[in-house]
Design a protein around this ligand. Sequence first.
Ligand code: PGA
Length: 243
Amino acid sequence: MRIYKAKDYADMSRKAANIVSAQVIMKPNCVLGLATGSTPIGLYKQLVEWFRKGDLDFSEVMTVNLDEYKGLSRENDQSYYYFMHQNLFDHVNIPVENTHLPNGMEPDSEKECRRYTELIQSLGGVDLQLLGIGHNGHIGFNEPGESFDKQVHCVNLTESTIEANKRFFASAEDVPKQAYTMGIKTIMQSKKILIVASGEDKAEIVQKAFFGPITPQVPASVLQLHNDVTLVADEAALSKLSE
Ligand code: PGA
């Protein structure tokens, strides 16, 4: 695993955006696996800026997002569909038909998970998967205890994730209780993985995930077994690693 230490959030965003942009330049029709959450927002801003300057072209890029809440429509401002359009898709020249997320409005979980798994396969797999990391080590919506051999599936969100996400909803009752997510196996099949982490509150989980035992109790720890992982984190998020 490569670790790039950034000074702060802005520096982390720029360094990580450089890696995404190198991927797009080297393979203009690449498949990017994208993530939501607060951490990648600066990275997306940076990509938009480079696109506006004429340095990046997304016209052939294809994207597949990690996850989506089950039960939220595209118009809901908390849906990941909405997030991706707000933060990236609406500001670059990616054809909307090249962008993919699980369909949160499909009530038949089995059908939707099969569709999304097959879709990723039909695109030839993910070239570069971007990930954030949750305080409990989750990646996508793969919570502690989830088996490592799952493809796209529907999960019941844990109390801690509902708690962490309720700031975005009127109340905890309004937070969806389920989500569709790429499984650990889907994520591990990506050719390259880029994880971003920022802030002191992530320091403990970064240490555990990348230097602790590999266990389903810390889903991100499985990434130690992937042969092409890059972690871009700021000093605060790396502060618990010993030299
Ligand atoms: P965050 O979320 O970027 O908002 O901290 C990360 C995650 O839960 O994957």
